[in-house]
Design a protein around this ligand. Sequence first.
Ligand SMILES: [Zn+2]
Length: 80
Amino acid sequence: MKHEECSSLFHTHIRGGDYTRCVECDSTWKPFAEKPPIGLRPEHIWIDARVDEIRQAIARYIETGRPIPHEWLDELARRT
Ligand SMILES: [Zn+2]
């Protein structure tokens, strides 16, 4: 039986070879690529960048004498 057909969620890690074995069908496979795929930026980094963007947008609007959208001020207050 192939592991795709057994649907078992129970696996054991085989030390040394970096392999995983299914406890139901006895299939083995390498669980991870050598290099992990790109993950996710930490939330606080994203929020800091967003706060910078809002501040810069507000500065640009002030420079040209435009009214600041209240959504920007609300969001800035919410995030700082
Ligand atoms: Zn299996």
